[in-house]
Design a protein. Structure first.
Length: 327
């Protein structure tokens, strides 16, 4: 059994080697994304593993199927870069990844605290030996209301983390969770927008959720609302964020992901001319904390993501099932 893995980072190589030896499969590792120019690298392979920069559209999937691939796996939870309709038509099995929700949940709470306590301007001042306090007074989480949009594994873990701070917690999800309801009050979106001092998103990116945070929904929020996104960039309208930071309707942003990030994330662009004006402009505000799509990035999560690809592909080929199979 052979697997071709693409977009392989150096920190994943040890996990791939361990899983390949443990499971008795051969895995070839490639640092570049999978595209039409290097598709021949999958010849002789039963499965393919990628990250999110490999666009598995209908044309690419037809190429893979034609070269004998039977299973495609993404080492990400999100899978909107895969054309699921095409995989069904071509008879390709599809896997995503899972990992414990703790890393992203803890990162989310960290973002809240960093924005509330003005960490970014405090850091800037300290680097030039300015130890003044003017303009740095923060707020305490226990005195605020936090709205959590999406109460799946990560959203529910965020709520459990927040429960220790003593803040009021609101939750929205089309499918309420009884255990979450013991810690948070489920409300409709309009009420969540109206009452929340902080809103954090933990939803999948679907046609129904794309730009769920937009000019209209922001207008329904409190003045000075803090927004956190450690989920998917496309959940928030970038231009709406910029306009509302400028007008001070939004009081702070914690963004680990943002739409239009594809040409930036996980790449060293220090010597490049950046053309992504929206991201470049947004990140310069003192009340906007942005990181490079790394909320997931822990040792445990990396091992789990690799395991889902290697063991998942083998399991689907041998039994037809695996816990992360989505098609």
């Amino acid at each position: 059994m052979r697997i071709a893995a693409f977009e392989v980072r150096d920190d994943e190589r040890e996990a791939f080697a361990t899983e390949a030896e443990r499971l008795g499969v051969k895995v070839t590792l490639h640092a570049e994304p999978l595209d039409t120019g290097n598709a021949a690298l999958v010849d002789g392979c039963d499965g393919v593993s990628t990250l999110g920069l490999s666009r598995l559209d209908a044309g690419m999937l037809e190429t893979l199927a034609g070269r004998g691939v039977k299973v495609v796996a993404t080492r990400t939870i999100g899978y909107n870069h895969i054309d699921l309709d095409a995989t069904k038509r071509l008879g390709l099995a599809v896997l995503n990844a899972d990992y414990a929700p703790n890393g992203v949940a803890e990162y989310t709470v960290m973002f809240m605290l960093m924005v509330l306590r003005n960490y970014k301007p405090a850091l800037w001042r300290g680097q030039v030996y300015d130890f003044s306090l003017e303009g740095l007074r923060g707020r305490e989480l226990r005195n605020l209301t936090v709205g959590v949009m999406g109460t799946g594994r990560i959203g529910a873990t965020v709520i459990r983390c927040l429960s220790g701070f003593g803040c009021e917690i609101l939750a929205y999800d089309p499918h309420p969770n009884e255990k979450v309801a013991e810690l948070a009050e489920y409300v409709g979106l309009d009420e969540l927008y109206r009452r929340s001092d902080i809103i954090t998103l933990h939803m999948p990116l679907l046609p129904s959720t794309e730009h769920i945070i937009n000019r209209d929904t922001i207008a329904r929020m409190k003045d000075g609302v803090v927004l956190i996104n450690c989920a998917r960039g496309g959940l928030m309208d970038l231009e709406a964020l910029i306009d509302n930071i400028e007008s001070e309707k939004i009081g702070g942003l914690g963004l680990d992901t943002v739409e239009t990030e594809e040409d930036l994330i996980h790449r060293d662009r220090r010597t490049d001319i950046l053309t992504n004006r929206g991201v470049a402009y947004l990140r310069q505000f003192p009340n906007v904390v942005m990181t490079q799509h790394m909320a997931f990035y822990t040792d445990a999560a990396v091992r789990s993501m690799v395991n889902c690809s290697v063991e998942g592909i083998r399991s689907v080929l041998e039994t037809g099932t695996f816990r992360t199979r989505i098609a």
